[in-house]
Design a protein around this ligand. Sequence first.
Ligand code: BGC
Length: 505
Amino acid sequence: MTVVDGSSSSSAGNFKSKTTAYVVVCWIFAAMGGLMFGYDIGISGGVSAMDDFLVKFFPNVYARKLTVHEDNYCKYDDQMLQLFTSSLYLAALVASFGASKACTILGRRPTIRLASVFFIVAALISALAPNKILLILGRILFGIGVGFGNESVPLFLSEVAPPHHRGAVNILFQLFVTIGILIANLVNFAVANVHPFGWRIALGVAGVPGLFLCIGSFVIMETPSSLIERGYETEGRQALQKVRGMDDVERELEYIKHACEQAKKVKQPFKKLMQRESVPPLTIAIWIQIFQQFTGINAIMFYAPVLFQTMGFRNDGALLSAVITGIVNVLSTFVSIVAVDKLGRRKLLLQACVQMLICLVGSGVILQLHLKSVGTLDSKLATIVVVLVCLFVMSFAWSWGPMGWLIPSEVFPLETRTAGFAFAVSTNMLLTFIIAQAFLSMLCHMRAGIFFFFAAWVVVMGVFVFFLLPETKGIAIDEMADRVWKVHPVWKRFMPKEGKGAEMT
Ligand code: BGC
């Protein structure tokens, strides 16, 4: 058991805490929510490529697949196929707003439990689906589960983490996302030749992370902020003592209580979000998610096997390359767990922009010069592209991947936190939907230019981070307004002059 002091210099920033075994168990159980999201990202591409699945639900797509035109960049362009992958994210988009209400009214823990229940039911329905209607119902329920899980889990983690380890604890969510993607890739690989129901196994296994999360939701405790916000002050104090592993939590408790008093004054958080002082966190939360998706990561996560086949890899080589990128994704996330609270968010994001830019431009140039509509890349060039794709995934995994969830979960004051975070989740879902739905068509029309398209976005996001993203490492989640927004050269203009800081110090 270690006692760790907050390293921040403000009086409110150095709340003390001990990391107890129970607290670590809570972090890990809650982070299981990431497994569900990751499994879904990884599984649908593989399932929609399985012939048995296509014959049963999309016979036209299957017929077309047998007679596809030969153009390298266009052979997988099919709206129906893409809709199977993307529909889940539309459901998640809508669900995240309901989840925000559930988080505020019921608390974080029941919302996490609801997410797991949706997921288990979705897995059962999908695995047993006798027809397209039930298959789609399964997708929608998966989506609702993802919406509820992605809203509640990162918030839970940020609220129970000690300020000086908040980045690392929150990134456990992303770590489980990457593990979920990898497990899905492996499951796809394993069941691809189980005829005729390999796809049923693949969809049904999604219930397993749901089950873990459901069990976890009985083990974890409610967050102190959520308890106090809902009027359970004694329980809130006890919960804080439990998460901090010590009795003396008075100073932090005062801060949370103050944040809750402010929160109670706000009857309509969504309306409050439209006010001037919410512009800084809302802008950051929404754009960080837009940028996360415009790195192009999901072109790789959803369609890596297709992309590698486009370059001329045979089927198993392409699946194997997808597993390799999955492993790189998991391992590189550890880098950010270690670095995020030391180096800070900004440095990781900026470094990644440079690395991603080099990889995207490099791959684009190779494909532009050497991959024509017919024929394949020669094996040396194909290997270079795979290496570039791995380096790209690596940099995403220690930066935009985890920060996309961490930063929006820590920048809002309590009164708008769940509502503001719902915007971040739904933005992520909307952009994920768009990329899932459009990527194969974009590849067909833009060809190698798609790499330059994402490269241009990487430049824009680097400029955004450099000028507009404040550093939030080590700052207590309920003192962001005073220590971040009110001192930032651009964002301070949006903040009221008198505030909490003056009263509290
Ligand atoms: C993103 C997903 C992405 C995953 C890759 C997550 O943070 O939200 O869209 O597929 O990272 O690891």
